[in-house]
Write a protein that binds this ligand. Structure first.
Ligand code: DX5
Ligand code: ZN
Length: 247
């Protein structure tokens, strides 16, 4: 498997002290920061947008190479994901991970008001656009979405249209602190069987109790919100999550 990447989700941070919360987590051993963007439409909750990412970004050193330490992994739980690519690039996002379900419904959506930021997107076009804007591209699937929708996207011969990472949600997106869904593990295993080198991220309910199941299935990018931010010793939890991935 590719290297272990531990990505604390700042959804569980103290939003009044977000800059310091982010630099603390890096100092405590995080590889990436997982930044949950919610629009109140794609998911039943609202977090924050590009202006907040812009203000937080200077508190964390930029990665030296794509996908390196300090990557801002933006998990876009939003409708019309193509509309926000440029804003998030400008804000300092390094990896733009959109939802398959949102990209599919955007193709049929009515035309947004601002045509300059508009692209009619299939997942493959959106991935190309994200790459063109200088970010890594991720594609996420909700628990209700079968893994089979990904094969066509991953098998694309055009490298620029292939995702750098797949995110398998292990809870229904919207809130931190939910119970890990073991029902999603076969998806992780099926992707790993076909793609030994792909970054596979799991998100939702990851903790020291559930990490072994996720890594056995083949996940290497581990998001943890409440398990890290709720810990007495976050550095210890991050180190133990990493050890579990590295086996
Ligand atoms: C849920 C978010 C997650 C969330 C995970 O919709 O996508 O990133 O922060 O939180 P925990 O780790 O507490 O399940
Ligand atoms: Zn997330």
């Amino acid at each position: 498997s590719p290297p272990a990447i531990i990505a604390p989700s700042i959804l569980s941070a103290d939003f009044a002290a977000l800059g310091r919360e982010c630099s603390d987590k890096m100092r405590q051993g995080a590889d990436w920061l997982h930044v949950d963007i919610m629009d109140g439409h794609f998911v039943p909750n609202i977090t924050f947008g590009a202006p907040v990412v812009t203000r937080v970004r200077p508190h964390v050193e930029r990665p030296e190479r794509p996908g390196g330490r300090g990557t801002f992994d933006c998990h876009m739980m939003i409708m019309e994901p193509h509309r926000w690519v440029k804003d998030f690039k400008a804000a300092g996002c390094d990896l733009y991970c959109f939802h398959y379900e949102a990209a599919i419904s955007s193709v049929a959506a009515t035309e947004p008001a601002d045509k300059s930021t508009t692209r009619q997107t299939s997942p493959r076009e959106l991935i190309h656009y994200i790459h063109d804007q200088g970010m890594k591209a991720g594609i996420a699937i909700k628990p209700e979405t079968p893994v089979d929708v990904l094969w066509e996207i991953l098998e694309n011969p055009q490298e620029s249209e292939r995702p750098d990472m797949v995110l398998v949600m292990t809870v229904n997106p919207g809130f931190g602190g939910q119970k890990f869904m073991t029902s999603e593990l076969p998806k992780v295993r099926a992707i790993r069987d076909r793609y030994p080198d792909l970054d596979i991220e799991v998100d939702g309910g990851l903790s020291l109790d559930t990490i072994d199941q996720a890594t056995d299935a083949g996940a290497n990018v581990i998001v943890a919100g409440s398990a890290v931010f709720g810990a007495k010793d976050p550095a210890d939890v991050i180190a133990k999550l990493r050890a579990a991935v590295e086996g």
